[in-house]
Structure formats: structure tokens, C-alpha cells
Ligand binder design. Sequence first.
Ligand SMILES: [Zn+2]
Ligand SMILES: [Zn+2]
Length: 194
Amino acid sequence: MSVPHINLTCNKCGEGWSPAQLNKHRVYLDSDVEVPVYSTLGWCETCAALRPVEHFEDSPRTQQELEGIDAELAQLTNTWIKRLFMRTFNSHQGHREWLEERRKSLIQRLVIIEKRRGDEACLVCGSRRLQSFTGDYSLETDGTFSYVGSKPSGFIHPGCDGEFIATGSDIRFHFARITYCYSPEGELIEERWP
Ligand SMILES: [Zn+2]
Ligand SMILES: [Zn+2]
């Protein structure tokens, strides 16, 4: 995967991080179900760095997607009964399995949100000693989807008092397709290489 790139660099000490860390592929492994991990940028006091941290604000969106899947599954069942006699239902089987997998993982996601909201962990070290990233690092994009320009993010580097400046870069990251697997408690348990 190739993603355009923003750097956040402290204007006092020069430390820099990239929010592109948020784009890595992460899942919870919860009794054999792969549940999506959503992350946002935060300050981890244990890493003393900007880090991807767990984000649990998607209940309404997840609920809505679940309702959509239930509706689609109900419709497929109707179609399935009708087509059973015409022996063409096999073509729907793959899609139905995908919907059922997705449904399981969304239900688990809602359970994790319910249990863990307010207990967000750093996705690098598992620490709960976090501060919200209250800055804004959004930048304009040019015609080739690279970020252009630079602006103060408004977020002060904790313990340093410099400010993080967001700068666009035309260097693109190429992530290896590694899947980072977490326990439902937010601890990194393994990295899966393709
Ligand atoms: Zn600094
Ligand atoms: Zn950390």
C-alpha cells in the first residue's frame, strides 16, 4: 500500500513522527474472530512519543453496518429459498459467507467497545498513560494526492514545549502487508507476515 505522507516535527527539539502509522493493518484476535482495530493519534507517556492509540467512537457506525448486513442476509435467504429449486444459489454462497464473517466481527467489535471504552491503550507498547492529540494536522492535497504546505498543528510537545508542525511530503510510504494482531485487551501478540 502506498499512502501520501504528513510529517509532524517539533519546532524546538526536531523530534518527528508520522501519522501514517495509523494506516497499518491491525486486528484484535478474539476467540478466532478477527475484529478491526481503529486508531487515532495520541501522546503515549510511556513511549514519550506520538503513537497510534485505540479509538472506540464507532458504535453508531458499526451498529448501522450490522443492520445493513442483517437486512442483506435476510434478503439473500429469501432469494436462496426461491433459487434452491433452480440450483443457482451457489453463486451467492461466497458473498453470504463473507457477510456472516463480517457480522461476527462487528458484533465482537461492539463487545470490545462496551468493555474497553475509557481504557484505550497505546498500540505500540500497550500503556494506558495517554494524552489525547488535540492538534490538527490536516493539509491540502495537490492534484496527485500528495499533501502540500505546512502549518502549526497546535499540539505542544509534552515535556519540551515546542510545537508540532505538520508538513506535507512527496515521499510515499510503502508498507509491507504485515497484520498486527492484538488481544481484546489491546496487547500486541503477534505480527503476521504475508
Ligand atoms: Zn520537542
Ligand atoms: Zn506507548
